[in-house]
Design a protein. Structure first.
Length: 231
């Protein structure tokens, strides 16, 4: 009982001594160590990115909502890193965390550029153009380009204003590559150059100021400011 031995009788001729094999001295077959699944590395948050928390709403233990302004567009990987950092900035535990991002020129509570919601798992949605997403350039613009801007938010598009002969036109290009051209009425004032779609019954128009900013205005004032781009 105390000896951990097995008796081997394989191929033993008659009268041969029985050989005892000590199985306790056999080397055990090593169990393979499972290879851990690598965790995707988070993109570092750029040092030149300004992140401003504009508003915080809290329902203790249930929900935390943040309105955040970024100084520029970023990639989805950076948004993921930002979301995790912002959520961990409050040591309290919430069932849900909702984060809304806007960009310079966008009004608070008037649409988002992107959202990162923990509901409860992280869901990332870019409603405008991400850092690496700009519709194709102006190579086919049939006139002299005045400028190019991006309209961010849920109805994002790239806007090009150009002159063809003595007429002014705008071209809106969307994320899927589709576009449409619109003839606009151009007028000048001390405020800047106004471009308004002919027959527009909504009262909104573009206003280009001397510093190159293009805003969308209506009778109540500035709606949003478009971002200047080089292409």
């Amino acid at each position: 009982m105390g000896d951990n031995k097995a008796i081997s009788k394989e191929s033993a001729p008659a009268g041969s001594p029985i050989v005892a094999t000590d199985v306790s001295k056999r080397e055990a077959t090593p169990t393979p160590t499972p290879t851990p699944t690598p965790t995707p590395a988070l993109s570092p948050i750029p040092e030149d990115l300004d992140v401003t928390i504009l508003k915080t709403d809290i329902l203790p233990g249930i929900k935390r909502s943040l309105d955040v302004q970024l100084s520029r567009r970023v990639s989805e990987d950076v948004l993921r890193a930002l979301a995790l950092k912002l959520r961990s900035s409050d040591p309290a535990i919430y069932e849900r965390t909702f984060i809304v991002y806007i960009l310079p020129g966008m009004k608070q509570n008037a649409g988002a550029w992107a959202t990162t919601h923990f509901d409860p798992d992280l869901q990332i949605h870019v409603l405008g153009f991400a850092a690496d997403e700009v519709p194709v350039g102006n190579v086919d613009i049939p006139g002299k380009v005045v400028g190019t801007w991006l309209k961010q938010g849920s109805a994002a598009y790239k806007l090009v204003i150009y002159h063809k002969g003595k007429q002014a036109f705008s071209r809106a290009t969307y994320g899927d590559g589709s576009f449409h051209d619109t003839r606009v009425k151009e007028s000048h004032s001390e405020r800047g150059i106004r471009f308004e779609e002919k027959g527009n019954s909504f009262g909104d128009y573009y206003l280009l100021t001397a510093d190159g900013d293009l805003g969308i205005w209506d009778h109540d004032g500035l709606i949003s400011t478009l971002v200047t781009v080089d292409k």
